[in-house]
Design a protein around this ligand. Sequence first.
Ligand SMILES: [Zn+2]
Length: 438
Amino acid sequence: MQAELLLHPQWIVPVDAAASILTDHSLAVSGGRIRALLPTAEARAHIRAAQEIELPGHVLIPGLINAHTHSPMVLLRGLADDLPLMTWLNQHIWPAEQRWAEPEFVRAGTRLAALEMLKSGTICFNDMYFFAEVTAKAAADIGMRAVAGMILVDFPTRFAETPEEYLRKGLALHDRYRDHALICTAFAPHAPYSVSDGPFERIRTLSNELDVPVHIHLHETHDEVVQSLRDHGERPLARLERLGLLGPNLVAVHMTQLEAAEIAAVAHANAHVVHCPESNLKLAAGFCPAARLLAAGVNVALGTDGAASNNDLDMMGELRTAALLGKGVADSPAALPAYTALRMATLNGARALGIDAETGSLETGKSADMVALDLRDPDTQPVYNPVSQVVYAAGRDQVQQVWVAGRHLIRDGEPTTLDPAAILDEARVWGARIAASQ
Ligand SMILES: [Zn+2]
């Protein structure tokens, strides 16, 4: 058998249904896809590869999927901290965005975010931001996967004046990337408190027609629920259900405020939840009952949220926080075991975004979206269980190699399609400009 690329890592964690951990196995790639996963002795005997890479002491995992972020917001990292959500949004973030969020800001921010994400093992991000066409193009140029959000808010921004204009621009983006190998789209109504019923109904119809996810902040804080009860006489989830949006296309981000009946309703609807533990902790938004949702059969993915409320885009860190917090919230050390946390950061993200036939696990036929972590550092020695090391001990420094669709995007810790010096120069210029205006 011929292959373009043959990897010989010490361990492979495919994140398959059997929760396997493979030792002395190799992985062959051709045409950007995983062609075989087989014992190394067999691979060495039978596979002729154009490129063969030895990875002693490394564990190979599926590329991480950041299921909720606002990538250009890296340029606002650290601008306003230690504030509650509504003060942070209304008095700091939205005014800064009204002033600065234009295509050049989005381009520079996306590139900085992509550099940080790739270097920490993230191969795909689900984005919600203005000028998503700029983010989509930047990701495609870099060779990363992205889900570009067709954002909608009721109020005018530099991007669009009315809900109709947001939708029109979003649908044009959807059409442009309809058959793209790396980029897809999702509706991204910002939140129940920033979108009214009319636009939600339009999005429901379009989402059903096009079978596209609806990515929304939902039940993020107690105040959001109280405000919805006051303004609409119902909780946000009940309102979305009334509007026909609670279904398998719903990607509900945060979900820190949930009653038992709501967990059952989300499970029954086959809706997806994206848990963003560090953002929730930083804004003291509350705790997503991730273990209870999983036990109810809900698909729970993992996201960092934007860097202005985290303040990094490090999915390795998020993975560890999710596992630790999950135990604390469930009052059980058995809650959210390491393999489950890794599944949330990979396959569950792909399922939420509707791309699990393509990515999310290392299985024959799927895209070769892979990360190799070097566990030979003092921080991760000795190794009894590589999944335990990945979740509880490793960090983004251990990420050494990243491939997306078989393309080597991080080689020995360094990007191959991005120029870090140029990206950092741009980020410094933006930072100085924004700081001068404060
Ligand atoms: Zn967010």
